[in-house]
Design a protein around this ligand. Structure first.
Ligand code: SF4
Length: 720
């Protein structure tokens, strides 16, 4: 029968960007079960992570007191991933001492070396209010724009292309719009693993007759529901997409009325794709010319066709080019600006959309106001009452590179504050990233577990898990959704919003001018739960053009409001670009893309392609899901997936151990047979600290989005 519960609290799933609404059932101050609520993104559905991934909150390894590194204990990256007793490295202290020891060295570094010496990583796992306040702290208190988060590793290239092309980095249509689509192009994405409830909408659409085209080097579960499957060669996205564009131009499938009115640079694009016939591109991308033509025709002539993509598109040195091609595809055919059409980069983290919107990125203030645009700079200086840097800051990978810069380099990063991110697992080329973190003069990490990153910290501040605080998050569909506190944080752990305010007060480098937007007492926001409503209100003022009509009260009543939402009466706009594009000209700016090879190709020494990614049961660096009993029981160890033919050729069997080696590192994993993985390649999830995939990956960056090439590097495999 049903279990007795003391209370039931409505919130949002803390894992992926689909943004399923949940209810936490609490008994004896513990979450005992999670139920799907009827939200617009999930209609009561949940995946295995949302349903069973809640007990990490009560895991015995939760941080319950502030920690400081013991004198003389070195920061040793070589020990990460091996079990250790934290007491040998850290000693617990009270909050007062912890905050003093967190902030005094940051103050000193800024005084001695200037604002460029400091940087911050915020989190796509926290709330909008936390993201907003964190970036405000870096900009106003550290005094630079060196603030970023894992969007840089996720859809930074998509956002770069979308801002350039259509003037907005968010999705044009919600996932549920697949119900209105006649054709659904899913590219570089494995939605049944990574956006599972979104995948259910796609499967429902297929059942009702929509044609799914699945284009991905790996043939994954959604293929069972697809009309056409295009397992193109890894790294050949632009060849494939330009061949589709070529067909559309050559066969007269361009929506001429649409492009005349709503696109710019059309002729240059038409001329550019002339060289990319399906016949010429077939050997490059590995898909038959006739199939490419058939898919191009189906997409162009569908009454409505939508494109959804994931990190298979974005995580390349040509990630921005890949997305430029997708924008061109939708634009030339007029498949945008209506229900059931458009462009949807499936956002990974639960709040990567919201954290980016809130300004947790180095080149833009909240709501994508460029820091180097004089009007925006002046507006935020007045609003925050602080002097702000007018130069874009460094990105995630650049910040860690700067931590290893020579000591005389004026840009050298020496102190960092990291809230809720785990770059010691998530960044490319981990030996380098971990060495960079260890090289910092001072590192403050705020998190709920002693993550791999926290092991390298000087001060660790125990924070709150998602069910322990109230705040808003924005999902992949641009829905702002309210999460409510179901529990108190354990022991001496504190809400992140409180910690950031304490850090701001203690850093004491900045007192707001009278009349500025911040609370009258500086870094202290009035009201319950660390002033979350007051922070939201300030953020709303800074982001009028997106969320001006979304008040805290409205969110409390509705749980979900979609932006843009400009007035309290505005119902929100799930489908955008219906009249014009928010570019200076009001038109899409088309940008032709050429073929750019991956930074590191296979060769005799490293003959295989490594593709990294995620699996259904685990989330990103594993800090939460590997501490969830059910999820960890389902997938308890790191496995590398390879094609059965390759296994046979190497004389290996599923379950055998192998060593995977790149020019940068090696890991030992068990092999799994997966004939959806292309021959000559290896798929490795990045959630396992004991076999960290990113020890192998390459830190080459897309020049526009500054995203690393997680989806392609060269490795060798041998039995181990
Ligand atoms: Fe949570 Fe995403 Fe699963 Fe929904 S689909 S339950 S948001 S992990």
């Amino acid at each position: 029968g049903p279990q007795r519960v003391d209370r039931s609290v409505d919130s949002v799933c803390p894992f992926c960007g689909v943004g399923c609404l949940v209810t936490y059932h609490v008994r004896d101050e513990k979450i005992v079960s999670v139920e799907g609520r009827a939200g617009p993104a999930n209609a009561g559905r949940l995946c295995v992570k949302g349903r069973f991934g809640f007990d990490y909150v009560h895991h015995p390894e939760r941080l319950t007191q502030p920690l400081v590194r013991r004198a003389g204990v070195p920061k040793d990256p070589a020990l990460l991933g091996t079990p250790r007793d934290w007491r040998e490295v850290f000693e617990p202290v009270g909050w007062d001492e912890a905050l003093e020891r967190a902030t005094a060295p940051l103050r000193a570094l800024r005084a001695q070396h200037g604002p460029a010496a400091l940087a911050g990583f915020g989190s796509a796992k926290g709330s909008n209010e936390e993201a907003y306040l964190f970036q405000k702290l870096v900009r106003t208190v550290f005094g630079s724009n060196n603030v970023d988060h894992c969007t840089r590793l996720c859809h930074a290239s998509s956002v770069a292309a979308l801002l350039e092309g259509v003037g907005s980095g968010a999705v044009s249509n919600p996932v549920a719009d697949v119900a209105e689509a006649e054709l659904i192009l899913v590219i570089g994405s494995n939605p049944t693993a990574n956006h599972p409830v979104a995948a259910t909408w796609m499967k429902n659409a297929a059942r009702r007759g929509a044609r799914i085209v699945l284009a991905d080097p790996r043939v994954t579960d959604l293929a069972r529901h697809a009309w056409r499957v295009l397992p193109f060669k890894a790294d050949s996205d632009v060849a494939l997409l330009n061949a589709l564009l070529h067909t559309i131009v050559e066969e007269g499938l361009v929506n001429e009325a649409f492009v005349r009115e709503r696109a710019a640079n059309v002729e240059a694009l038409r001329a550019h794709v002339r060289d990319f016939s399906p016949e010429a591109m077939a050997p490059v991308c590995g898909i038959a010319a006739e199939t490419l033509r058939e898919v191009a025709r189906a997409y162009a002539t569908a009454r409505s066709a939508i494109i959804l993509w994931g990190m298979g598109v974005s995580q390349h040195v040509h990630g921005t080019d890949n997305v430029r091609c997708l924008i061109a595809l939708a634009t030339l055919t007029g498949q945008i600006g209506r229900p059931g059409t458009g462009l949807h980069p499936l956002r990974g983290q639960n709040n990567v959309q919201g954290a980016s919107d809130a300004g947790l990125i180095p080149m833009m203030f909240p709501n994508y106001q460029r820091v180097d645009r004089p009007e925006a700079h002046a507006w935020f200086e007045a609003f925050w009452g602080a002097q702000l840097d007018d130069k874009p800051g460094a990105t995630v990978v650049e910040i860690l590179n700067r931590a290893l810069a020579p000591t005389e380099d004026p840009q050298k990063v020496r102190g960092m504050y990291i809230m809720g991110e785990n770059p010691a697992m998530s960044d490319p080329d981990l030996h380098h990233a971990r060495a960079a973190l260890a090289a910092l003069d001072h590192l403050v990490v705020q998190d709920i577990f002693l993550t791999e990153t926290a092991w390298l910290a000087d001060v660790v501040l125990p924070a709150s898990a998602w069910p322990e605080k109230t705040g808003t998050v924005s999902n992949t569909d641009r829905m702002v959704q309210m999460g409510r506190r179901a529990l108190n944080p354990p022991g001496d752990a504190r809400p992140d919003l409180w910690i950031v305010q304490q850090m701001g007060q203690r850093l004491g480098l900045y007192a707001p001018k009278p009349g500025a937007a911040t609370g009258a007492t500086g870094w202290e926001y009035p009201g319950p739960e660390s002033g979350v409503a007051a922070v939201f209100d300030e953020m709303r003022t800074a982001m009028q053009a997106a969320i001006g009509g979304i008040t805290w009260e409205r969110l409390g009543a509705a749980s979900t409001v979609t932006y843009p939402c400009l007035t309290p009466e505005d119902p929100g706009q799930p489908v955008v670009f219906t009249e014009r594009f928010p570019t200076p000209s009001g038109r899409v700016q088309l940008v032709p893309a050429g073929l750019v090879p991956a930074a590191e190709r296979p060769d005799a020494e490293y003959p295989l392609v490594l593709i990294t990614g995620r699996q259904l049961e685990h989330w990103h660096t594993g800090s939460m899901t590997r501490r969830s009993q059910v999820l960890d029981a389902l997938e308890p160890e790191a496995t590398a997936s390879v094609h059965g033919d390759d296994l046979a050729a190497w004389g290996l069997a599923p379950g055998d151990w192998a060593e995977l080696r790149s020019r940068r590192g090696s890991v030992r994993v068990r092999l799994r047979r997966d004939d959806g993985t292309p021959r000559g390649s290896v798929f490795l999830p990045f959630a396992y600290a004991e076999a960290a995939a990113n020890l192998l990956t390459h830190a080459a960056l897309d020049p526009f989005g500054k995203i690393p090439e997680f989806k392609y590097c060269a490795v060798a495999l041998r039995p181990a």
